[in-house]
Design a protein around this ligand. Structure first.
Ligand SMILES: [Mn+2]
Length: 326
């Protein structure tokens, strides 16, 4: 993995979360030296700049927000598609989690759906559609969009159905993510509609915080590795929502939920994921990473950006004794 260049994309976009502020996430991660951290681990790292620039004034209408959202997803899909085609690992700094409509779509276009699996590390499933989402916020829907679930009749009739259709027509590839290729880790706040979707898809790939409590991270990772090998996936996209970490560590996020991953659980997870994608007989490699929902407006100091950069360092091989792979 050390041989693969990393391309960092900034996505200062926050129109589809509960509150504004995650547009400042890429800047906070930049200031906490995410690039230097990866360079110091021996990687070639390019800062690719920001995918979008939001208007200075806040949008006054739902239509204006969603037009900016579609523009963001389309540009980001092109960006991650190009990175993967160049043979690089894109690391996408958000921004709210709706950006994964774009980032994962681009990766699917470049790598091909039959090779790709996604691990969604998050307090939430993000498996709502406009037909099940009480808030209507698209940051709770990207997994459903990537799986191409039908819109349903919107709970809040703001025009979401038209946006959903355009995301499925213009952003997500025609066949979408395979439903046997999505897994979740860190869940502790799941909606009834999401459970309904999960059951309808016949999935058994949700590792909640209860599983982490009962089994511990090593056994959970063993189950995830078994699942990934069973599916035959060759490329793993990690979508890391910083709200998977406990709010004690990462308070600066829009939808914090108590009872998340502790500092060491989070790091052991990252360290073991690095081992899984770099072992010599590995069936699957790292395709790319989303690092989303860092919201400096909600933070205490810079704790959340620091926690996120430290987590990324562990994911890319940082070890206490300085020996990668142990
Ligand atoms: Mn999320």
């Amino acid at each position: 993995m050390k041989n693969l260049p990393i391309e960092i994309w900034g996505v200062p976009f926050d129109f589809c979360g509960r509150i504004y502020g995650s547009r400042l996430g890429p800047g906070a991660l930049q200031l906490k030296q995410i690039r230097k951290t990866l360079v110091d681990l021996g990687y070639e790292v390019k800062a690719m700049g920001d995918v979008v620039v939001l208007d200075f004034e806040l949008p006054e209408s739902y239509e204006a927000k969603m037009a900016a959202a579609l523009d963001c997803y389309m540009k980001l899909a092109s960006a991650t598609e190009e990175s993967v085609r160049r043979g690089a690992v894109p690391v996408v700094l958000g921004g709210d989690h709706s950006l994964s409509f774009g980032s994962v779509s681009g990766a699917l276009r470049a790598a091909g759906r039959d090779d790709v699996a996604v691990l969604w590390i998050d307090a939430h499933m993000d498996l709502n559609t406009p037909g099940t989402s009480g808030s209507g916020n698209f940051h709770g829907m990207p997994v459903a969009g990537l799986l191409r679930l039908p819109c349903g009749s919107p709970v809040r009739d703001l025009g979401a159905a038209g946006v959903w259709d355009r995301i499925l027509a213009e952003v997500v590839p025609a066949e979408g993510l395979r439903s046997d290729r999505i897994g979740w880790l860190g869940l502790r706040d799941v909606d009834a509609g999401e459970i309904q979707h999960y059951d309808q898809l016949g999935l058994e790939t949700a590792w909640t915080m209860q599983e982490v409590d009962h089994l511990g991270i090593p056994a959970v990772l063993k189950e995830i590795d078994d699942w990934l090998r069973r599916t035959g996936a060759k490329k793993l996209w990690l979508s890391f929502d910083v709200d998977s970490l406990d709010p004690v560590l990462a308070p600066g996020t829009g939808t914090a939920v108590r009872g998340g991953l502790t500092y060491r659980e989070g790091h052991l997870l990252a360290e073991m994921l690095y081992q899984l994608v770099t072992r010599t007989d590995s069936d699957y490699q790292l395709l790319g990473v989303d690092l989303v929902e860092v919201n400096p407006m909600e933070d205490i100091g810079s704790n959340t950006a620091i926690a996120a950069v430290e987590w990324i360092a562990s994911l890319f091989g940082k070890r206490t004794m300085g020996v990668r792979g142990r």
